[in-house]
Design a protein around this ligand. Structure first.
Ligand SMILES: Cc1cc2nc3c(=O)[nH]c(=O)nc-3n(C[C@H](O)[C@H](O)[C@H](O)COP(=O)(O)OP(=O)(O)OC[C@H]3O[C@@H](n4cnc5c(N)ncnc54)[C@H](O)[C@@H]3O)c2cc1C
Length: 268
């Protein structure tokens, strides 16, 4: 089954919602007065956008919780879902049950990783799962409840979600799960979420980046070997290199350095 991510619904006007949330913090006006100025266009959409984009550069995060996105997610594996539901804050999950949904005819949908296909082992995987499916069917026919027959099912078994996530949580999830260190399936799901948000609120969607993105921290804080192995690492500095440079600057050592020296410091 292919992975599908559908944006079901979202806060009606995300930019206005964020503008209101931030503005109320920083203005002598009441929310009603701010709203009236938006309604009669004394505060234009462009002005709201400019204000919100400036706030997005800051660490003032809690207003971001006032914008929510609802997604349907299907065709993902239980290997993925184990990781997904570890996120605890700002996200609400409903997941297809293996207790209340009984697979019919011993057939359950599952995902085959590309690496397994490339290794020429997809047929072996299918044969093993067919055996598991047949035994599952036999158990169900013998009166074993689905909640117990499912003990046979592999991590590859597909599952479906309906989730609601606020924008602050989505930024955090993108920080971690768009990183090249995250599992491929998670990266794919979050990329599809990002694409869906970009379509309805491009200014917000663009900020959904791995944590090293220029709109996020801007540097990598993973271990150095991982940074060296990462294709994005060619564009984003590692935290320790930045500190080496900063310390050299504080010691007054940068004034006489040429480009080759700078590279040497970066590789320390
Ligand atoms: C590359 C990668 C590898 C991983 N490998 C493993 C692994 O091998 N084994 C494993 O078990 N897990 C692993 N995880 C999952 C990881 O440990 C977390 O469970 C997952 O990232 C979700 O937790 P979170 O804190 O990031 O986010 P959330 O649970 O969504 O929380 C968001 C933020 O809220 C705050 N917060 C949340 N709960 C609390 C609290 N109780 N107290 C104070 N602040 C809180 C924190 O700032 C947190 O970052 C991995 C994750 C990644 C990205």
């Amino acid at each position: 089954m292919p992975i599908e991510v559908t944006l079901i619904d979202h806060t009606k006007d995300p930019i206005r919602a964020l503008y209101m949330a931030y503005r109320v913090c920083y203005s002598a006006l009441t929310p009603e007065q701010v709203l009236a100025r938006i309604a009669d266009e004394r505060i234009s959409h462009e002005k709201m956008l400019e204000f919100v984009e400036a706030r997005l550069q800051t660490g003032h995060m809690s207003p971001l919780e006032q914008v929510v996105f609802e997604f349907g997610i299907s065709g993902v594996s239980r290997a993925f879902s184990h990781q997904f539901v570890r996120h605890r804050i700002g996200i609400s999950f409903e997941q297809q049950s293996q207790r209340y949904v009984t697979y019919q005819g011993g057939e359950f949908p599952y995902s085959v990783p590309r690496t397994v296909q490339q290794a020429g082992l997809a047929d072996d995987m299918a044969a093993l799962f067919a055996e598991a499916g047949a035994l599952y069917e036999k158990m169900v026919a013998a009166g074993v409840p689905a909640e117990d027959a499912r003990f046979l099912l592999p991590n590859a078994t597909n599952t479906n979600f309906k989730i609601t996530v606020n924008f602050a949580a989505l930024l955090h999830i993108a920080d971690l799960r768009l990183c090249t260190r995250a599992q491929w399936e998670f990266r794919k799901v979050v990329s599809l979420m990002r694409a869906a948000v970009v379509r309805v609120a491009p200014e917000l969607g663009r900020t959904l980046q791995p944590k090293c993105g220029e709109r996020r921290m801007g540097y990598c804080d993973e271990d150095y070997d991982a940074w060296e192995a990462c294709p994005i690492g060619r564009k984003r500095p590692h935290k320790s290199d930045l500190f080496n440079l900063y310390n050299a600057y504080r010691r007054g050592e940068l004034a006489d350095l040429d480009a080759a020296d700078m590279e040497l410091i970066a590789s320390e």
